[in-house]
Ligand binder design. Structure first.
Ligand code: ADE
Length: 224
């Protein structure tokens, strides 16, 4: 059974290109996962298709109303499915979380907007809250795309020949070493001699040293 994913958003067209392209497109084509995008406004009941309203207690911005979201999730959910809300105040996405999600049978993603969503949505129909980083996007739709992309790499067969390992940079908590391909000399810049030497032990040593150097420079927090 392919992993079934539903995305609930007010901006469904933001995902148009994303789903057809690249490795994810192939995963969908080969039926290892199935992604459906839904316009939340389909579950609004007034003629203006109102999905948000002013916050009780005052303050700037608008808050996503509970009724369309409850109706949508109650229609889409299946027993045991994971209902995830994308929000900058959620738990940070990690490789372990992506791997866990890849093993589910059905995930419903809710993309939030404006100043936030009515708390009763989070209390009533959400199982997990995820952030993709400490910055604020205009809405959670791209965040849902990021989570789907990250989890798809853990589904057997999705990466195919392109990559065999799923953790890469984050296994062993070191960043990657520099890669080179032909030509060996390009605009006066040459490939490090060791990579052309055919000496696999030396190459391995060089790559490990480079990973350490890069990690120290860019992500010293990973070495602690
Ligand atoms: N919605 C807005 N910003 C977000 C973020 N950083 N992560 C997840 N959802 C979001």
């Amino acid at each position: 059974m392919p992993l079934q994913i539903d995305v609930l958003t007010l901006f469904p067209r933001m995902l148009d290109g994303f789903l057809g392209e690249s490795i994810l497109g192939k995963g969908i084509e080969s039926q290892r996962l199935s992604v459906k995008v839904h316009d939340l406004r389909a579950w609004t009941t007034d003629k203006h298709k109102t999905a948000d309203d002013r916050p009780f207690g005052g303050g700037a911005g608008m808050v996503m109303k509970p009724d369309p979201v409850f109706a949508a999730i109650e229609q889409l959910q299946t027993p045991g499915c994971r209902r995830i809300y994308l929000t900058p105040d959620g738990v940070p996405l990690s490789p372990a979380i992506a791997e866990d999600l890849s093993k589910q049978q059905h995930i419903v993603f809710l993309s939030g907007h404006y100043e936030g969503i009515d708390q009763r949505i989070r209390d009533g129909v959400i199982d997990q809250e995820l952030s993709i980083g400490d910055y604020v996007l205009t809405n959670g739709t791209l965040a849902a795309a990021v989570v789907i992309d990250a989890l798809s790499r853990f589904i057997p067969g999705v990466l195919g020949e392109e990559k065999s390992l799923t953790h890469e940079s984050f296994t062993g908590k070191l960043l990657d070493f520099p890669q080179y391909t032909r030509p060996a000399e390009f605009r006066g810049m040459s490939v490090p001699d060791v990579l052309l030497s055919g000496n696999h032990a030396e190459i391995e040593k060089w790559r490990n040293a480079k990973r350490l150097e890069k990690t120290r420079l860019v992500r010293p927090d990973l070495l602690k």
